[in-house]
Design a protein around this ligand. Structure first.
Ligand code: PLP
Length: 381
């Protein structure tokens, strides 16, 4: 029996007490008993999103909430700016094209953040752009985009929204929706919320709800106005993912108890420790100038096949990390530190990377990365 560790950027491990909570016998969703749970989860989600607006709870993956944001806020023919710095940025553009929007692709070099000055120029030059679509954390490259700076560009433009995929950002680092003026913020359950996949949460600003009133995209399941109406009665339009909502309520209670600042600080400490470890091992970071605190990516040495390295770490050592996608396939490793992950998970991940590199013939001083991480991890105690 091999002991396994799940340290990939989603799905992330689910805490034991949350698993137990979700294992309770099924309850019917149209009952006062479940409505109380649903209502409590939706209310506590406002704390997570740092908003006074409703947070809709959808039975879907994160991509469903991305698609829902586009179809609810925009119309065919609308022009949107897709900030494309990785797999998920590309997804914004693809969704827009699917619904007949005119997509302005803003290409960003993988591993870097977009430059707000460049975005300002695009918006100034093209007042027809109705939405800027971006990732808070572009999980495929481990880079973070400057959401606060982007929000400063859009918050005073009545006819342009900032739509933020916070799937590996919400609950990881600060994204205060109301304070910054983010118009649409969304996340998925299988990341920092430490739940199984299957729930998406999304919130719209007052400005975004006005856009929703004008939207002409076809929609049936992902109809946010319908969901908002149902939420007022502590329910959802269709059968909610009952067990996941029960888990969500528990996780959000925990987040409130710890405090969002504490949760963010933990993610930041784990992220800095992982980055320090990679650098101590001489491994080049994927996003050295704008790293996200959700996961750390680094290039594997050229002599090593990254795909084989990931496989060895997973199948032989029992530690699941993530490799690269598309242009970085076989070239990088990504170590996640979001959700139910703490100090000693980072130690395990770095130790596994060191041992695997040595096994693959790369000269490694065992313990060097772990020691560099430990120096930072200790700050938490
Ligand atoms: C930043 C980001 N956006 C979107 C997605 C897609 O989410 P899902 O697979 O839940 O649809 C992911 C998943 O890893 C992600 O990390």
């Amino acid at each position: 029996m091999k002991k396994r560790y799940l340290l990939a950027p989603g799905p992330t491990p689910v805490p034991e007490h949350v698993l137990l909570e979700m294992a309770a016998p099924m309850v019917h969703h149209r009952t006062p008993q479940f409505s109380a749970i649903f209502g409590e989860a939706a209310e506590d989600a406002k704390y997570l999103f740092q908003t006074k607006q409703d947070v809709l709870i959808l039975a879907s993956t994160g991509t469903g909430a991305m698609e829902g944001s586009i179809v609810n806020c925009l119309s065919p023919g609308d022009k949107i700016l897709a900030i494309n710095g990785g797999k998920f940025g590309e997804r914004w553009g693809k969704i827009g094209e699917t619904y007949g929007m005119s997509v302005v692709w803003h290409e960003v070099e993988w591993g870097t953040a977009c430059d707000p000055a460049a975005i300002k120029k695009i918006l100034d030059d093209d007042p027809d752009i109705r939405a800027v679509c971006v990732q808070a954390s572009e999980t495929s490259t481990a880079a973070a985009h400057p959401i606060e700076a982007l929000a400063k560009l859009t918050r005073d433009r009545d006819d342009c929204l900032l739509i933020v995929d916070g799937i590996t950002g919400v609950g990881v680092f600060p994204l205060p929706m109301d304070d910054w003026g983010i118009d649409v913020l969304l996340t998925g359950s299988q990341k920092a919320l430490c739940l199984p996949p299957g729930l998406a949460l999304v919130s719209l600003s007052e400005k975004a709800w006005k856009f929703a009133d004008q939207s002409k995209c076809p929609k049936f399941y992902f109809d946010f106005k319908k969901e908002k109406k149902n939420l007022a009665n502590k329910t959802s339009a269709y059968t909610p993912a009952v067990s996941l909502v029960i888990g969500l309520r528990k996780v959000l209670q925990d987040v409130k108890e710890d405090g969002l600042d504490v949760v963010h600080a933990r993610h930041n400490r784990l992220a800095r420790a992982t980055r320090a470890a990679a650098q101590a091992l001489g491994l080049r970071l994927c996003a050295p100038d704008s790293p996200a605190d959700s996961c750390t990516g680094f290039f594997v040495p050229e002599s090593v096949d990254g795909a084989k390295l990931v496989k060895c770490i997973r199948d032989e050592f029992g530690v699941t990390l993530a490799g690269g996608q598309d242009q970085w396939k076989g070239k990088i490793l990504r170590v996640a530190h979001l959700g139910y992950i703490d100090t000693f998970d980072v130690v395990v991940a770095i130790s596994a990377v060191e041992m695997a590199l040595k096994k693959f013939g790369h000269p490694v001083e065992l313990g060097k990365g772990v020691a560099a991480a430990q120096e930072i991890l200790l700050e938490g105690y």
